[in-house]
Design a protein around this ligand. Structure first.
Ligand code: NAD
Length: 354
């Protein structure tokens, strides 16, 4: 059997820690890809993985993605991520969250955690009882930055979609631009509302079909079944559910000139970015366009550490810089012929000294 540190996904991680706490039943993996720019920051995912190797692969890919995301967002943070391995019938107990908080605390600030799929703001409050290396905690007051990162991620994707529409279609507005959204949870739902406000034409899909139908009707959009959304003829396909959907089959089904959405690790493997480019599809690298949430999380953490109030306008200002970064990547891609994901990877690797 090959050692997992020889696997491509390992990619020179600084630390991969398996945490097991018999008393609470916690099994978790904490991965720190790079602390070159600062403490590794990235959320915790609570998920049932059929095989332990799936959890290892997921945490390694997500952690490297956080290194790239934080670097490209101009944050003084490195990349890290944690997964808590849930049972088939997941039960998230206070004891599991406390034991996880202790594990984060033992790393003494090398890793800063926050919400990810399956983890709520309330869960982070529970973790924060055991460690101060946590962010994404509830905030009071409209002008305070922080809290649930989902709406900030949605805001960045909305800006990114507008930039993609300008770059690829030459349009200054998304009015009447048709966007098909896969997944209308915290991020996808927020993107849908922002686009609807600007008069975009929406097709929405979610495995929670009732929720998608209700939002489609509220926003004057259409509903598409989960197995049909990737083939919808539209201007922008926006993936906001889970990763690895851009594989051979998924890319062949696309009928859109732009892919721009918030899901992490959208490309099933590296070559799929080139496959999109070969089909003439403009791709917004996921970790660049979906950085809004980590910008908020990082600003909240850094302000708390310094004891200064965190201004939401500073967070908004940084999120508004996402389109400029995407434009830089697309221009470099257009002039070099290198696919946009590979251009972004090279930029990020340079920033983290690799
Ligand atoms: P969420 O759990 O609130 O929403 C995900 C939605 O996708 C749910 O409504 C779910 O029913 C739906 N879904 C799952 N599988 C689907 C499928 N096959 N087809 C259609 N819908 C499906 O999660 P979220 O916070 O909105 O995150 C969405 C994605 O964005 C994830 O990949 C996450 O890692 C990524 N992301 C989130 C943030 C954030 O701030 N929340 C930041 C960066 C990246």
């Amino acid at each position: 059997m090959t050692a997992f540190w020889t696997e491509p996904d390992f990619d020179d991680h600084e630390l991969v820690q398996l945490v097991h706490d018999r008393a609470s039943g916690l099994t978790a993996i904490i991965a720190l890809h790079s602390t070159h720019l600062g403490p590794g920051a990235g959320g915790t995912r609570f998920w049932h993985y059929p095989e332990p190797k799936d959890a290892i692969r997921d945490v390694l890919r997500l952690s490297r993605g956080m290194s790239y995301k934080n670097a490209m967002a101009g944050l003084p943070m490195g990349g890290g991520k944690a997964v808590i391995l849930a049972d088939k019938d997941p039960s998230k107990t206070p004891e599991i969250l406390s034991a996880f908080g202790d594990a984060v605390d033992a790393l003494d600030g090398r890793y800063v955690t926050a919400e990810d799929v399956g983890i709520s703001e309330a869960d982070m409050v529970a973790v924060s009882q055991r460690t101060r290396f946590v962010s994404g905690l509830p905030v009071s007051g409209e002008d305070a930055a922080g809290g649930d990162p989902g709406p900030f991620t949605a805001m960045g994707i909305y800006h990114g979609i507008k930039a993609a529409v300008q770059h690829k279609l030459g349009k200054d507005s998304v009015e009447n631009v048709h966007v098909a959204i896969q997944g209308i949870g915290s991020v996808g739902g927020g993107v849908a509302r922002l686009l609807a406000h600007d008069g975009a034409k929406l097709t929405l899909s979610d495995i929670n079909e009732d929720r998608a139908k209700a939002l489609a009707s509220e926003l004057d959009g259409e509903f598409a079944a989960p197995d049909a959304i990737m083939g919808v003829q539209c201007d922008v396909f926006s993936p906001n559910a889970l990763g690895a959907i851009l594989d051979d089959e998924g890319i062949a089904r696309l009928d859109a000139p732009i892919v721009a959405g918030g899901a992490n690790n959208q490309l099933a493997r590296q070559g799929h970015g080139q496959m999109l480019a070969d089909r003439g599809i403009l791709y917004a690298p996921d970790y660049v366009i979906n950085a809004g949430g980590i910008i908020s999380v990082a600003m909240e953490y850094l302000c708390k550490k310094d004891g200064t109030p965190c201004d939401i306008n500073e967070v908004r200002k940084r999120i508004a810089q996402i389109p400029g970064r995407l434009e830089e990547i697309w221009q470099e891609s257009d002039s070099s012929g290198v696919s946009s994901d590979a251009v972004a990877d090279r930029m990020a690797q340079k920033l983290i000294g690799r």
